[in-house]
Ligand binder design. Structure first.
Ligand SMILES: Nc1ncnc2c1ncn2[C@@H]1O[C@H](COP(=O)(O)OP(=O)(O)O)[C@@H](O)[C@H]1O
Ligand SMILES: [Mg+2]
Length: 523
């Protein structure tokens, strides 16, 4: 059951959606005729000066506050659920908020440690950054080694309560959408809300962030070009994270990087390689690599902060990734295809030749382009589309990797627009392949790769299926052989466009609730 409290929350969301003109971005063709008058009514409260259609959703979410911004940022990583256009709009969401007052910050520290701030920190300065979940203060501690500067990340007071209240409303909307519509069930909206709940619960427990920092510090302790700030465990609780203060230049501050004489091309390369090394070698990567979280110290080492969202790749996924990248780099599409079949990634009823052909269709154009036009993230996007056609489901962690790769590539390209992603990636991929698949020479034999993958994968269906919708399309599209013509691809796009509009359904439910509230008020 939902309480009046939740109804008010949903009503407020609906009102702001209506005010910001979100409802009018719905494709009229998707609205059942009987419901059209409802939309006309809802549109009456639209603000006279609403923004462009493609920014309205992000504008509305920003007005609705932190939980909605988080929901939006989360959905931006799920174009399979919201559709490409909405995902693009949602990528705009900025996570910046005014700081909460110093007094509240100090009270939060005192409450968390059960003693006054001055008993924990020798000094406790003003905030240096503030976002929806937390803000960071500069502080100092005194210990045997003397006085040291630290960064103190504080959970925003009351954020957890507020977030869980909003989540209950999201859950209500998702459940009702699933009751109403098969499309909503297919997109598993309730599961989407569940995943959001788990993701944010992790982000709101700073002991977990501290553990992620510590795990990555261990993984990278011998890497000369990367490090993370050390955790001060004695001054870390669920709500307070105390880290070594990092004195370094943000990667976003190009002018300062140049003034300090850094070689931006080298930094771009190092960033790309660092990310791939974490993903491939360690199977543990930072999944929020925007430039605000990346710094360069005076020794030219990259430093990352903000370990709230992390990605993990199991051995199978790493192997898959390495094989794929290696296949594309060496243009050996046939072997890559065979290896996937023999290992059971792709069901045997498909043809190896067709699979190799599909991979070639993605790989060859890339080799014809100049280095600066090549995008590994784009390659993975296309690849997941194609592998989906062969009954191969993409695991969520691979999607997170691909999404992060888009960001990493963006940052690297902003440092060096001419960066050759392939040549940067090649040494990392080669090193990993050599270590895990035996001497490089043996790699040439197709059988070995297959045997190795087989050993990892066993008989279990390794990669989860990508989504019911692809299965639905599969029969139609692959009947009579797969032809990767532009028409086929356009056709897939069209189907996805029609089907991945969960926002439409959710908006429907919200609009209906809004109307209901209005009726209740008018009675
Ligand atoms: N150890 C640190 N040393 C110096 N500044 C830091 C440190 N950790 C965070 N900051 C600053 O605070 C900002 C916000 O911290 P971050 O962990 O990214 O929080 P959020 O999750 O709110 O983005 C960073 O962008 C950086 O400028
Ligand atoms: Mg950050």
């Amino acid at each position: 059951m939902i309480s009046a409290f939740h109804l008010v929350r949903i009503g407020r969301a609906a009102f702001i959606f209506a005010r910001e003109g979100v409802f009018s971005t719905i494709d009229p063709a998707l609205i059942p005729p009987a419901a059209r008058p409802l939309v006309r009514i809802v549109r009456l409260i639209e603000r006279p000066s609403i923004g462009a259609a493609d920014t309205r959703l992000s504008a509305a979410l920003t007005r609705l506050g932190p939980s909605y911004v988080k929901l939006g940022q989360f959905l931006a990583t799920r174009p399979d659920v919201v559709g490409a256009a909405a995902a693009h709009d949602l990528e705009r969401l900025q996570d910046q908020m005014p700081p909460f007052p110093q007094q509240e910050a100090e009270a939060a520290v005192a409450a968390s440690f059960g003693k006054p701030v001055s008993a924990v920190f020798a000094s406790f300065g003003p905030p240096v950054a503030a976002a929806s979940i937390a803000q960071v203060h500069h502080a100092e501690v005194v210990n045997a080694g003397g006085r040291r500067a630290v960064a103190v990340k504080l959970l925003r007071p009351g954020i957890e309560r507020r977030f869980y209240a909003d989540l209950r409303a999201f859950d209500y909307v998702a459940r009702h959408a699933e009751d109403f519509s098969a499309e909503a069930r297919r997109l598993r909206l309730v599961e989407v809300v569940d995943t959001l709940r788990r993701t944010v619960a992790i982000e709101m427990d700073f002991r977990l962030e501290a553990a992620a920092l510590s795990e990555m510090a261990e993984n990278t302790k011998d890497d000369p070009d990367f490090r993370v700030p050390a955790v001060d465990w004695d001054r870390t609780t669920k709500e307070v994270l105390t880290l070594e203060w990092i004195e370094a230049t943000p990667l976003s501050d190009r002018a300062r990087l140049l003034a300090k004489g850094f070689d931006l091309r080298q930094l771009a390369r190092a960033l790309m390689q660092t990310f791939l090394r974490h993903a491939l070698r360690d199977g543990f990567f930072h999944a929020d690599m925007h430039p605000g979280n990346l710094f360069v110290d005076d020794h030219g080492r990259l430093i990352a902060v903000d370990f709230g969202i992390m990605g993990r790749l199991g051995v199978k996924e790493r192997l898959f990734l390495a094989e794929i990248l290696h296949g594309f780099i060496t243009r050996d599409y046939r072997r890559t295809a065979e290896v996937h079949f023999e290992a059971g990634y792709v069901p045997a009823h498909h043809s190896v030749e067709n699979f190799a052909q599909a991979i070639r269709a993605i790989g060859e154009p890339i080799h014809n382009r100049t280095a600066e036009d090549i995008s590994m993230a784009r390659l993975l996007t296309l690849l997941f589309e194609v592998t989906g056609l062969f009954d191969m489901r993409t695991r969520p962690e691979l999607l997170l990797l691909q999404k992060t790769m888009v960001v990493v590539e963006g940052v690297a390209r902003s440092l060096d627009p001419k960066l050759d992603i392939w040549s940067a990636a090649e040494p990392v991929v080669r090193e990993w392949m050599t270590r895990h698949l035996g001497p490089a020479g043996k790699l040439e034999g197709a059988a070995l790769g297959a045997a190795e993958i087989g050993r990892f994968v066993g008989n279990a269906p390794g990669l989860l299926t990508r989504g019911v919708r692809v299965l639905d399309q599969l029969d139609e599209i692959t009947r009579g052989g797969l032809v990767l013509s532009p028409e086929t691809i356009a056709d897939i796009d069209k189907r996805e466009g029609r089907r991945s509009r969960w926002s439409t359904i959710a908006l429907w439910v919200i609009a209906a609730l809004l109307l209901w509230i209005v009726i209740l008020l008018l009675r």
